[in-house]
Design a protein around this ligand. Structure first.
Ligand code: ADP
Ligand code: MG
Length: 700
């Protein structure tokens, strides 16, 4: 149980003063997750991205043109829009002893103007001055204040990533309220390390970051932010170290047998395994044969054939008389895996079942019974597999496909489903070394470097959206000769509903050109319709599949050889690579068209150039890391590491090694976290939500 001293941090943002029902929704959208509201903690970790200096810059004449200036001046005259010209701006003239400036407001309310800028009074104004026909003017000042407001305003204004409807000022006010809820916590950092780095205490660091006293305090190199980044990495490394220690304590079991099923599987596979697949298969089998638990990452670029390797491992487990579970991140992918693997399983005499949130009633009861009595050898599903009421007869191996969507929590939940469960995690996202270390600690890694033979390179072209008609023409010619096409529609802001609308519109457009040969697939369709749309595409009944990014992960239709990615400029590099990985899987030459809307910003341009240049996922991942940080826009999570809110690989990578060593030492000396520092570190684990690891302490 979470120590109650931390409760204020986990209270919803709605518990803070000044947060009403309307803004709660905005905070939830900005900082919440689908299954939980935005909390005080989320707000505190949502750090300002920049600062604006609002300290007084002198007289009107001193104010630098084009930069934010703050000065005091007397209100001289109001010049409302002339009658009948309501679109003309409302102007207010101010002056001081050095000169004058005209404030310009569009759609202003005269009454309000007179109340905030009373003639004859001194007002403090902050904003950007520009020259207009030789005269100073300021369009929509950022601030108009009386003396009292000016004196209580912080000199440096924090600028936050936002969502529409929330302003930085609202965020700053709410953050202030959140700061006042910070509990007193003991220091969890090692004393010598703390002193050496000149770290501020945890609460002080948060305060300093939300109330910067100069603009430089907001740079990523700032020691307060670095402290929090280190805290976060330490929490993560400590959680991993605890999991590892527990894994060593809980002995595994031998999970392979005479090799008969593995050999039989190799025979029935419709292709010859690549050298990489054979090697990875052997590494996994060797791990499984050891009486220790396996925790191995299988890393292989899109299309490298990870599924077959997983199937080999599952056959190994079956040889030892144990069950396997394969967990996929999406419903579509789970179904696809089940369909593919079922044939193979049957061919070698194993029984496979599918279990997702959608199997209901009798069907579900049958699967649950089969898992409980051991008559089902392999189960494929979504995270529904690891819900509490699913019980296995004897689970020996859990395979987690596309790991980046799962965290330590899920991993622990899997381990709890059996005795000494071996875990194989597969990821298509090539993970640069620093990241791999952060996520998995010392997890063993197998890599599929080679792609199956006979793959043709993908030609990638960038085409402006102005040439939409030509692209439709090209798609028409491709399907006339039997090709199949994915047409991926863009992310529209953060809203799934808007994505769906965009995809539906495009579907309707393309229907006009290609009639019933066009299908539609998106996340909001009922499950059965999704299956049907996918099945029609797999069967070749539809030739063009218009979809949102739901097809990003894992979908495998080898005959599809053309992909159009609409508004490619809105996608991240990793995502473009994942999407493009859906084609180039068959023997036909493939083409990927990145349909963009210009003018492109420098980051989008660089992404598209890299996509055209290479198909190498490792290279792309590295370039991606470089481009992030620069390219991350306001409003999105600041952290470049999934699962991390503060630490940023390009800036904090240097702290990672220290965090790992620190964590190891802690676990060595104080494995139950009962020393004074150990107790404090438990709080750290809760604060950074790595507390699944705390439960191990008791279980262990
Ligand atoms: P990923 O690693 O992206 O999950 P998949 O396991 O979906 O890749 O495999 C991609 C495609 O390659 C599938 O159609 C699969 O049947 C095929 N495949 C896998 N291994 C081989 C191989 N050794 N030779 C030829 N095709 C293969
Ligand atoms: Mg896959």
């Amino acid at each position: 149980m979470r120590p109650s001293v931390l409760d204020p941090l986990f209270a919803p943002v709605s518990s803070l003063p000044g947060v009403g029902p309307k803004s709660v929704q905005l905070y939830d959208r900005l900082l919440g997750e689908t299954d939980r509201p935005a909390r005080v903690l989320d707000l505190l970790f949502h750090l300002p991205q920049a600062g604006i200096d609002r300290s007084r810059s002198g007289s009107i004449l001193d104010a630098p043109i084009g930069e934010v200036a703050t000065f005091a001046a007397r209100v001289v005259e109001h010049r409302p829009a002339p009658p009948g010209k309501s679109r003309a701006p409302y102007r207010v003239l101010l002056e001081d002893e050095t000169g004058d400036v005209t404030l310009v407001f569009f759609k202003a309310d005269a009454g309000r103007m007179r109340s905030i800028l009373p003639v004859g009074e001194i007002r403090y104004v902050s904003g950007k001055i520009e020259l207009w026909e030789g005269r100073r003017q300021m369009v929509h000042p950022d601030r108009v204040m009386d003396r009292r407001a000016f004196e209580t305003m912080p000199a440096i204004e924090a600028v936050y990533g936002m969502t529409e409807g929330l302003s930085s000022r609202m965020l700053a006010r709410t953050a202030e309220a959140a700061l006042s809820r910070l509990p007193k916590v003991p220091e969890w950092q090692d004393a010598a390390w703390f002193a050496k780095n000149g770290f501020p205490p945890f609460a002080d660091a948060l305060k300093a970051l939300h109330n910067p006293d100069d603009v430089a305090a907001i740079t990523p190199e700032n020691v307060a932010r670095r402290r929090l980044a280190y805290d976060e990495m330490l929490a993560s490394q400590l959680a991993l170290a605890l999991v590892r220690a527990q894994r060593k304590r809980a002995a595994g079991r031998v999970n392979s047998g005479d090799g008969k099923l593995v050999n039989a599987l190799t025979e029935v596979l419709p292709f010859r395994l690549t050298g990489s697949q054979i090697e990875a298969g052997a590494q996994i089998r060797a791990d499984m044969a050891k009486p220790e638990r396996m925790l191995r990452l299988l890393q292989g670029d899109v299309g490298s054939g990870k599924t077959a390797v997983a199937m080999l491992a599952m056959a190994s487990a079956a040889e030892a008389g144990r069950q396997s579970a394969l967990m996929a991140p999406t419903e579509i992918l789970a179904r696809q895996h089940a369909m593919r693997l079922d044939n193979l399983a049957r061919a070698i005499g194993l029984r496979l079942a599918l279990l997702t949130g959608r199997e209901k009633g009798q069907e579900r009861a049958r699967v649950l019974a089969g898992l409980a009595d051991g008559s089902i050898h392999i189960v494929v599903g979504t995270h529904a597999l690891f819900q509490e009421h699913v019980a296995f007869h004897d689970l020996g191996l859990a395979v987690v496909d596309e790991q980046h969507r799962f965290g330590v929590h899920q991993r622990l939940a899997i381990g709890a489903k059996g005795e000494g469960v071996d875990i194989l995690v597969m990821t298509a996202t090539p993970i640069p070394r620093t990241l791999a270390l952060t996520w998995f600690g010392d997890m063993d890694v197998s890599v599929l470097r080679e792609k199956p033979a006979g793959r043709q390179p993908i030609t990638t072209r960038a085409v402006s959206l102005d040439r939409y008609d030509e692209v439709v023409g090209a798609v028409g010619r491709a399907i006339a000769v039997g090709a199949q096409v994915y047409w991926v529609c863009p992310l529209v802001q953060e809203s799934e509903t808007l994505d769906v609308a965009a995809a539906t519109d495009r579907f309707n457009d393309l229907r006009e050109a290609f009639r019933e040969r066009v299908g539609l697939l998106h996340g909001q369709m009922p499950g059965r319709e999704k299956d049907a749309a996918m099945a029609r595409f797999v069967a070749g009944e539809t030739a063009v599949l218009v979809s949102t990014t739901v097809i990003e992960v894992g979908v495998d239709v080898p005959n599809a050889s053309v992909m159009v990615i609409e508004h490619a400029e809105r996608f991240g590099l990793a995502q473009l690579h994942q999407l493009r990985g859906r084609i180039g899987r068959g023997s036909a030459a493939s083409t990927c068209i990145l349909l963009y809307k210009g003018p492109l910003g420098p980051v989008a341009e660089a992404r598209i150039a890299i996509m055209r240049e290479t198909e190498d996922g490792f290279r792309i991942a590295e370039e991606d890391l470089k481009l992030r940080g620069e390219g991350e826009v306001l409003g999105t999570r600041q952290s470049g590491m999934p699962g991390f809110r503060i630490a940023r690989p390009e800036i904090d990578g240097d702290l990672l090694g220290a965090a790992r060593d620190d964590a190891r030492l802690v676990v060595e000396r104080d494995p139950e976290l009962i020393s004074t520092r150990g107790e404090a570190l438990r709080l750290l684990l809760y604060i950074f939500e790595r507390d699944a690891a705390v439960r191990l302490l008791r279980a262990g």
